[in-house]
Structures are given as structure tokens and as C-alpha cells.
Write a protein that binds this ligand. Structure first.
Ligand code: NAD
Length: 294
């Protein structure tokens, strides 16, 4: 079992840290929110007074922070890289832009550290149940050191390739999700106008060429899939604000690489409107209401 520094104990990081403690690791934790640190300490972690203290004298440092600027700040300005022992493995689990992830790999190498970018899918329920999927970018050797630690927090740990490819996989996947959800919502609203029952369309399309996760598993109207957020007044699940963030990251990556992603751009514009309507805290499938016009 390892001694691990854990920085960022929010909705995701908090339960992930608890699963590492349950697996028998020693944790040195830091977060700006004292209540989050106290909770982790009650579960068996040791509190660190700063980022630098959390990163010093440990075998691995896990970061689970809101966005790219927070990761840059923690790694570079607040001294995670400067204070860790040489050879410490950084497991950066936040969802951030690919360019920042690759820049952090470069900075880690300059400091003599190993690093993987390892964003997750599975949400807060997956974080609590240790059933996250980790998409890992970095060298084969860094992946092999990270894998058993990630396995204590997840059900699948996939090596996506070199530096930044974990983030690349995450934003490509979520762009598919955002685009297909809007397509499914449009089809269900068209069906309403045509007098076709939601259940009938579901029964047909979920077994036809329209089948996809957004329809089959996460159907955005109540009824066909009883576990989908549509049956619970669109309580997330996966908040629309998170989807908008990931679509923005996909568009930033498309711009920096010259990839043509017109459907991704359209999905981002629609989720932007949904957020402006004050719906950012609703599940992202709730966008069907805006598409329907109510
Ligand atoms: P969160 O806002 O709940 O937690 C982030 C934590 O980072 C907070 O506790 C905050 O105090 C802490 N923090 C910020 N700056 C810090 C600093 N300089 N030093 C120490 N702590 C600092 O966010 P979350 O929901 O846990 O998400 C974390 C990341 O995981 C995000 O990048 C998000 O996109 C991604 N993600 C979230 C979900 C989800 O369902 N919530 C799912 C998959 C991926």
C-alpha cells in the first residue's frame, strides 16, 4: 500500500479519497475547503497544511480539481511539482483541456516526476461506489504504476496512449454524448408532433439504427427507462453545466488542432442557451424541455 497525497476533495475527490483509505493506502490530503478536509480526516486521512505539504514525501499525488487553471496553480504556483520527491507519480484526474494536460506532462518531466492524465467518467455515484472508468494518458511505465491505485477507485482503467490522450478520450466521448442527446431530444419532440408515442419510438429505435446510450440508457423523457433522470424531474445525473464545460473543452481542442466539429459547436451553443435560461444545475437530458419550447 502506498502513501498518497490527495489534492481536491470535492464531490468527486472526497469519495475517491475515501475508497483509497478503505483499500489501505495512507493519505495526506489538502483542499481549500476545511469541511472537506475534516471529512477525509474523519475517514482516516492526515491533513496537510498546504499543497506543498501534501505533495512532499509521498509515492503518488492525485489531483481532482475543477478546471485547467486550478491544476496549473496547484502543480506550478503552489509547489506540488517543486516539493515532491523525485520520481513521484502525479495522477491528474480532473477534466481539463488537452493543451494544459500536455503542458503539465512537460512540467512534470522537467521536475523529474512521472505523470498520467487520468480523467474519469461515472459521476459522483461512480466515485462513491468505486466504479469509475479512468482514461489514462502517459507512458506505459507510468500507466502501470497508476493502474493499481486507480483500480481502488474504479472498475475500468484504460490506457488511451501518450501524454494528454486521457483528456482527449474524455472530451471526444462527451462530445458524442452531447450531440447524441440533442439528436434524441429532437426525435422525441418530433414524434410528439407526429402523434407517435414516446414508448413506441423507444421500442423501435432502441433496437434500430437510432440506438445509442442517450436513448437506450438515459432516455430524456419519463417512462421508457425508469432509472433515467427524466423520471426524477431531471435531477442530475450529469449536470448541464458539466456538459457545457466538456463541450467547451472539445471546441478548444478542435480549434487548436483544426478539426471540423460543426455538430459539437451546435451542441455547445444549445447548452449555452440552456445555461443562460438558469438550467445549469439540471441534468443535461433536461435540454429536451428547451427544445420542446417549455
Ligand atoms: P468540486 O468543485 O466539487 O471539487 C473541486 C475541489 O477542488 C473543491 O473541493 C475545491 O475546494 C478544490 N480546490 C480548488 N482549488 C484548489 C486548490 N488550489 N487547492 C486545493 N483544493 C482546491 O468538483 P468535482 O465535481 O469534484 O469535479 C472535479 C473534476 O472532476 C472536474 O474537473 C470535473 O469536470 C470532473 N468530473 C466531475 C464529475 C461529476 O459528476 N461531478 C464527473 C466526471 C468528471
Amino acid at each position: 500500500m502506498a502513501t498518497i497525497g490527495f489534492i481536491g476533495l470535492g464531490n468527486m475527490g472526497g469519495p475517491m479519497a475515501e475508497n483509497l483509505l478503505k483499500a489501505g493506502h495512507k493519505l495526506r490530503v489538502f483542499d481549500l475547503a476545511k469541511a472537506s478536509v475534516d471529512k477525509a480526516v474523519a475517514a482516516g486521512a492526515t491533513a496537510a497544511a498546504s499543497v506543498a505539504e501534501a505533495a512532499k514525501g509521498v509515492e503518488a499525488v492525485i489531483t481532482m480539481l475543477p478546471a485547467g487553471p486550478h491544476v496549473r496553480a496547484v502543480m506550478l504556483e503552489e509547489g506540488a511539482l517543486a516539493n515532491a520527491d523525485k520520481g513521484t507519480l502525479f495522477i491528474e484526474c480532473s477534466t481539463i483541456d488537452v493543451d494544459t494536460a500536455r503542458a503539465m506532462h512537460g512540467a512534470a518531466a522537467e521536475h523529474g516526476m512521472e505523470m498520467v492524465d487520468a480523467p474519469v467518467s461515472g459521476g459522483t455515484t461512480g466515485a462513491a461506489a468505486a466504479t469509475l472508468t479512468f482514461m489514462v494518458g502517459g507512458s506505459e511505465s507510468a500507466y502501470e504504476i497508476a493502474r493499481p491505485i486507480c483500480e481502488n477507485m474504479g472498475k475500468a482503467v484504460v490506457h488511451a496512449g501518450g501524454a494528454g490522450n486521457g483528456q482527449a478520450a474524455k472530451i471526444c466521448n462527451n462530445m458524442i454524448l452531447g450531440v447524441t442527446m440533442i439528436g434524441v431530444c429532437e426525435a422525441l419532440v418530433l414524434a410528439e408532433k407526429l402523434g407517435l408515442d414516446h414508448q413506441k419510438l423507444y421500442d423501435i429505435s432502441s433496437q434500430s439504427s437510432g440506438a445509442c446510450w442517450s436513448l437506450n440508457t438515459y432516455c430524456p423523457v419519463p417512462g421508457p427507462v425508469p432509472t433515467s433522470p427524466a423520471n426524477n424531474d431531471y435531477k442530475p445525473g450529469f449536470a448541464a453545466a458539466m456538459m457545457e464545460k466538456d463541450l467547451k473543452l472539445a471546441q478548444a481542442a478542435a480549434q487548436s488542432t483544426g478539426a471540423a466539429t460543426p455538430m459539437g459547436a451546435a451542441a455547445l451553443a444549445l447548452y449555452g442557451l440552456f445555461l443562460n435560461a438558469g438550467q445549469g444545475e439540471k441534468d443535461f437530458s433536461g435540454i429536451i424541455k428547451m427544445i420542446r419550447g417549455n
